[in-house]
Design a protein around this ligand. Structure first.
Ligand SMILES: [Ca+2]
Ligand SMILES: [Ca+2]
Length: 372
């Protein structure tokens, strides 16, 4: 079946050749490394279909087999990077690692084939070499007809600035600057604010909280995990696409509480169903309470924040379960006030009822007056 799909994909690529060129960028950076470059290491399952003018450098490789990878190890000196690939109707969603740390889950699907797309990009320290790895997963957008990935090129730009000459000329060579330690996670923490004390943290427990919308079918109350959970309950699902939604307003950041374990997959936190806020590996050899860092929301407007079952997992994990103990938000206290307002709704109803009673009374009075 996979072989048949591959043939279909090849045919589709060839058929779509006449429409190429519209979205090709003139420049992706100062230096581009093809998938054939000496700095590349890759697993053995990729296919080289031969020359194809639309892709970067005229060649590419592809696969639809999960766990295949291609990695570029670029030398020190660049300030930013761009991963170049094509997108199309039969491409999957794959993981990009930078310096061994998961950077993003990248959906390579598009309704038509588009070549030389910047599918992921970022900046990094100039003082050391870096690696960018495209890791093939068994995931895809619901609209995609396949799981294909392609290795095309990695481009880097912005060479390290030349050191400014010291005013005193000296023959002693300047010692090389120490290699910066790579940061563990690219997720920014919220800027500390003097308002922090005035802000509230609102916690939503798994699916016990009625304000949590349940997309798909989540299980709850799992004895093995309950003992690690904040309210002695968790929600969990292993069905790709299942999600838990919370709609908020006036909030600055969100974080997710979970229990990591040996059969846990990646936890995908998504803003408004279209923007990745965070992507976390929730695997651990033993059951352990786990909580993400704070993930900033772009503003205090109304947003939907979701935890999705994405279907990826650490190679050591035995399954792709996603467990949610709670989601919590930090922001203004409006949510609490709104909860309190629910109490006041009965008063509102009483006022409406009284208004209707008055209107009804006037109507009866007029009827009565007309009759006499
Ligand atoms: Ca290429
Ligand atoms: Ca809970």
């Amino acid at each position: 079946m996979r072989a048949a799909l591959r043939v279909v994909a090849l045919v589709a690529v060839v058929v779509s050749m006449p429409v190429v060129g519209a979205t090709v960028e003139a420049s992706h950076g100062d230096t581009c490394y093809e998938e054939t470059d000496g700095i590349v290491t890759k697993s053995g399952g990729w296919t080289n279909p031969g020359p194809f003018a639309s892709v970067h450098g005229g060649t590419y490789i592809y696969t639809d087999v999960a766990d295949e990878y291609i990695e570029w190890a670029v030398p020190a000196g660049s300030a930013s990077w761009k991963l170049i690939a094509y997108t199309g109707p039969n491409l999957g969603t794959h993981a990009v690692y930078v310096d061994g740390v998961l950077f993003a889950s990248v959906d390579h699907y598009s309704p038509d084939y588009v070549y030389q797309v910047v599918v992921a990009e970022g900046t990094w320290s100039t003082g050391s070499g870096h690696t960018v790895k495209l890791f093939v997963t068994n995931n895809k957008n619901a609209s995609s007809t396949g799981y294909y990935a392609n290795g095309d090129a990695l481009c880097v730009s912005g060479a390290a600035p030349t050191p400014t000459p010291t005013p005193t000329p000296t023959a002693t060579p300047t010692p090389a600057p120490p290699t910066p330690t790579p940061t563990a996670t690219p997720v920014p923490t919220p800027t500390p604010s003097s308002l922090i004390d005035a802000r509230c943290i609102t916690r939503y427990e798994d699916i016990s909280d009625p304000r949590v919308y349940q997309g798909g079918s989540w299980f709850t109350d799992f004895a093995g995990y309950n003992q690690y959970a904040s309210n002695d309950k968790v929600a969990y699902s292993g069905t790709v696409g299942d999600r838990l939604d919370i709609r908020v307003v006036g909030q600055d950041a969100v974080r997710v509480g979970s229990v990591s374990g040996p059969d846990e997959g990646f936890v995908w936190v998504v803003l408004n169903h279209n923007t990745t806020l965070g992507f976390f590996d929730n695997y651990s050899a033993t059951l352990t309470p786990w909580r993400s860092t704070w993930l900033n929301l772009p503003d205090r407007k109304e947003h939907t924040v979701s935890v999705y079952v994405e279907g990826s997992k650490n190679a050591s994990s035995t399954d792709v379960w996603v467990t949610v103990d709670y989601m919590e938000f930090i922001g203004d206290c409006w949510l609490h006030e709104r909860d309190q307002l629910k109490v006041g709704k009965s008063q509102d109803l009483a006022i409406y009822a009284f208004g209707l009673f008055l209107l009804g009374g006037i109507w009866v009075y007029q009827l009565w007056g007309r009759r006499w």
